[in-house]
Design a protein around this ligand. Structure first.
Ligand code: NAD
Length: 260
């Protein structure tokens, strides 16, 4: 489905990003992995994906809070793959605290990694995509791009911003064969959420089990975590030629959370 294509997936050493990178590789795309982690484990993962799917898989350690490193990652992808057809803005962090206690440095970090990184990556790849009249921009926001929860002021602001960013570039780039769409997942049990369960338990003063049952999955009508593979399949579809007319959308895959 994605043969002859190449993809840069930010924050793909773990969780949803890794699932998307795997699905893109499985569909035939060359893939640039990115994110933090232990060097040996990342190299093992990279080599394994490459071997398993017979595509080029490379890794960039670029810090998504650093625009210069984002541009360097794009240069590396161009050098390795010849072009960048697909970007997936997925890297993200979370911090949970009441607004009046929210640390300013955490606000800055969440906005930089969850929102500004997408702007810098889009800016770096668009001239080339325009010239080749093809591009797929896939943004991973959240149900928190569509609705709010307490104690997540920076995250909710960044994810709402991601949808605005995506809609704007979708309008600007539609005539150049470039689409931009946002996926809005509900809760997925990844390392990011494991940490949140503990943080939310502290913030709400309740047990981790009650956080899952009464805070997280209470919103999701289906009462189950969303699976990484479901999100990855949607991201692959958005990257295909069959999704050419789909642009500017914010697609909820949230077990019915935002129906409320
Ligand atoms: P995760 O913690 O498992 O993975 C996050 C990835 O981002 C990791 O690879 C990490 O190394 C990378 N990362 C963090 N800071 C970075 C930085 N400065 N530069 C480069 N990479 C960095 O999290 P996840 O749950 O897979 O989340 C992925 C995305 O999905 C995030 O944007 C998150 O907001 C969003 N999301 C997650 C859920 C969920 O329930 N897990 C729900 C909705 C949206």
């Amino acid at each position: 489905m994605l043969k002859q294509k190449s993809a840069v997936v930010t924050g793909s050493t773990s969780g949803i990003g890794l699932g998307i990178a795997r699905a893109m590789a499985q569909s035939g795309a060359d893939v640039m992995l990115n994110g933090f982690g232990e060097a040996q484990a990342i190299e093992f993962m990279r080599a394994e994906l490459q071997r398993q799917y017979g595509v080029k898989v490379r890794y960039s350690s670029a810090d998504m809070s650093r625009p210069d490193q984002i541009r360097a990652m794009v240069e590396l992808a161009r050098a390795e793959f010849g072009k960048v057809d697909i970007i997936v803005n997925n890297a993200g962090i979370q911090h949970v605290a009441p607004v009046e206690e929210f640390p300013d440095d955490k606000w800055d970090a969440v906005l930089a990694i969850n929102l500004s990184s997408a702007y810098h990556l889009i800016k770096a790849v668009v001239p080339e995509m325009k010239a080749r009249k093809f591009g797929r921009i896939i943004n991973i926001a959240s149900a928190h791009g569509l609705t709010a929860s307490p104690f997540k002021v920076a995250y909710v602001a960044a994810k709402h911003g991601m949808i605005g960013l995506s809609k704007t570039v979708a309008v600007e780039l539609a005539e150049f064969g470039i689409t931009s769409n946002t996926i809005c997942p509900g809760y997925v049990k990844t390392p990011l959420v494991e940490k949140q369960i503990a943080d939310q338990a502290k913030a709400h003063g309740i047990s981790p089990e009650r956080v899952v049952r009464e805070v997280m999955l209470s919103h999701q009508a289906r009462k189950e975590f969303v699976q990484v593979e479901e999100l990855a399949a949607l991201a692959v579809f958005l990257a295909t030629d069959q999704a050419a007319s789909m642009t500017g959308t914010a697609l909820a895959m949230d077990g019915g959370w935002t129906l409320h």
